[in-house]
Design a protein around this ligand. Sequence first.
Ligand code: IFM
Length: 757
Amino acid sequence: MPELRFEPGWLLVEDAPEPAEQIARSTVFALANGTFGLRGAPEEVPASVQGAKGCYLNGVYDTPRGLLTEREFPNLPDFACVWVEIDGERFDAAASALESYRRELDLSCGLLRRTVDWRTRSGVRAVLTFERFVAMHDANLAWLRVGVAVDRDCRLRLESGIDADVTNRWADHLKEVRFSQVGEAILCLAHTFDPGHQLAEMTVQFLAAPRAGELETTVDAKRYLERYTFELRAGEQALLLKPVAVHADRFARGSLKEACRATLRRALQDGWDRSLARHRRSWAELWERSRVDIEGDDEALLGIRFSQFHLLAAAPYRDARVSVPARGLQGQDYYGSVFWDCEIFVFPFYAYTQPQAARNCVGYRIATLDGARRKAASLGFEGAYYAWQSQETGDDQCDRYVFNNPITGEKIRSYFMDEQIHITADVVHAFRQYAEATGDERFWSEGGAEVVLEAARFFASRCTWVPERNRYEIHRVLGPDEYHENVDNNAFTNAMARETLLTALDLHARGLLRADERDAERWREVAERLYVPEPDPDTGLIEQFDGYFALRDEPIEQTNRRLAHPDLHKGGPLGPFQETRNIKQADVVMLLYLLRDRYSAEVKRANWEFYEPRTAHDSSLSPMAYALVAADVGRTDWAHRYYLYTSHIDLGAYGPHWNHGVHTASLGGAWLAIVHGFLRLRLAPEGPRLDGWPLLPESWRAVEARFVWHGRPMGVRAEPGRVVFENRSSEPVCVALPSGPAEVPPQGRLEAPFGVP
Ligand code: IFM
C-alpha cells in the first residue's frame, strides 16, 4: 500500500489513486473552516458511494427515526461533483488510463489539487486539474475549479451541479429536497426530520471555455445537473468554476436563499483568484500564531503539520454555540458529537494559539449548561453533569446500549453516559487553562463561574460518605479506561473531582464565583476528605481503582485471544479485559500528565513503566499520554515513539475499515506532546514558563512553536543547549526559566543556554 509523501514543508502528496483506501483518504484530504467540512473524495465518485463523500455543518443534527443512535450530522447534498467526458468516455481516476496522477493537499492553506494526465480511448491526451477550497475567510463558501487541456481536437462534456442522493452510514437525514433555479444559480433546499432544519446550497457554476457549447439541464428528485458540451481544439483549455454557498437555518440571518445569494455575491465579485488569495491570507494568519517547526525529522514534521492543519480546520472561530466534534467536521464518526476529546486534548492548542476559538469552545459548554443540569437531575444529583456525547442542547446523546452482543444479538448495557463523570471535571480543567493562558478573566462572569459552581455541586452530591473509612469516596464510575466498568475510586476521576472542588473554592475566594457559604463549606469538606488513591510509598504505584491490583496479570495478546467474537466489546463483563489489569487507554498515566505538578518524577516513572505494557491503546486518545509522561521524565526515545504514533494515526489508517473523520484528540495530543512535552512550555497567569529545560529527540536539530500569551504573540525555539524566546508584541513579557525569571523585550529575543557540555 503506497504511503502518502510529504514534500517538506507543506505538501501532502498521493502519487496513485487508491480506490481501496477511499474512506481513509477522503478523511486525510478533507477540508473545513470551522463552520462546515467537506470530505476529500474525488469529484467523479458518486455521492451514493457509502462513506466516500460527505459535507457536514457544525452544530446541525438530526434524529430521523427518534433513535438516539441515529442522531447525528446529516450528510449534506454533494456539490463537489463534476464529471468530465471526452469523445463519449467518462473520466474516473480509479479506472481510466493515466499517464500520471498526483493529488496534493497544501497544508499551508487548505487547497486540494488533483492533476492527472489521461489517455482517452480516442487517443486524446488530456490534462485534468481539479482544485477546491473551503473558504477560511468566508464561513459559508466553498470553491471548485476544474480545468481540461487537450493535445488534439475532441468533444468535451462537463457535467456538474448538486446531487442530493446522499446518506449517512446508519440513516437518511434528508426528508425532503427541492431544487430550483434562481437567476443563473441552482438552489437546493433540504429539510431534515427532527428537528426540522432547513439546509441550503446554492451554486452559480460557469464555464470559461474558448467557444460556446450546448447546455442541457437534468433535474429529478435527487439531482440538478447542468451539462455543457462543446468542441475543444488541440492546445486549448476549458475551465469550469463553481462557487458554492452552504447555509443552515440554525445560523443564517434572514432567509436561506438570501444568505446564499449574499455569500455567492461576494464570491463572484472576487472571482476565483481573489477569493483564493483571501482564503490563503486567513490561513496564513492562523499559522502565524500557531506554527510548529521541527528541523531534522521530516516524519515528525509531517505529523505536526498534518495535526495542526486539521485542528485549525475544525476550530469553531465564529460561533459559541458549536465546539469541536471528536472526529472534527471531516467525517461522521461518533455522530458529530463533542466529547472530552475537545477539552482535554484539543482545547489547549486553541487556548495557546487561537484564543477566539478557545473562547467559543468554552462558550459552547456555557451554552449547554442547562442540558448538563438536566442530566444531573435525571440521575438524582445536584449541579451539572455534562453529556458524555454532547450535541446542540447539552442533553446526553449517548445511549445506554452502545454495543450489541454479536453472538446472541442482545444489546449490551454500557456506562459511558451515566458513569464517565470525569467529563464535568474535564470541562472545568479546560476553563482554568483558558483563563491562565489567555488572561481573559471576564469570561468567569459571562457564565464560566456558573459552570464551575454547578460542577462543584455535582461532585459534592455524587460523592458517598463512608463512615467506616471516615472519608468520601466515589463509587460506580467508568474511568478513561473504558474496559473496567462500575469501579469504585478511580484515581483519575477522584483526583479530577477534587481539582474541580478546589477550583470552585479558589474562584469563590477571589470573589469570581457567587456561591453561598453553605455550598463553599460543603466543597471544602468534601475536597479535604475525598479519598484520592495516592502512590504506594514503596513502589510509587497508583492503583487505578479499588481492587485493580488484585486482578489477573497477563500479556495483552493473551487477553485479546480470549475475546469470544471479533466484534464483541472488549470491556465490561462480557469482554476479557475486565478481569485483568490490562486497560483500553491511558488512565493513571493520563492523570499524571494532567495534574503533573502534583506527582514526583519517581511516581511518574514507576507508573509509566507499570501501565505501559498493560495498555492496549485501543483508543486513539491513549498514545499521547504516554508521549507526554515519557517526555516529562526525560525518556526522549519513548516520547518520540509515542509522539509519532499519535501524530500519524490518521495518516497511517489504511484498509477497508470505516475511518470517518480525523481523530482530533490524537492530533491535539501531538501538539501537546511537542509543546507541553518536548518544549515543556506552559502558559501560566504570570507568564510563559518552562517546566524544565526542553528535551530534543536525537534527530531533531531544533523545535520551535508559536503561541499567544495574554494576547501577545510569541515563539519559543529549542536547540541542543539553547532556548530562544521571541516576543512579537510591543510589550515586555516575563518568562520563568528553570534557571529563574527573565524578560523578553518587546519585538525582541531572549536566549538562554542550558546544559552545555
Ligand atoms: O472520548 C473518546 C473515548 O475516550 C474513547 N472512545 C472514543 C471517544 C471519542 O473519541
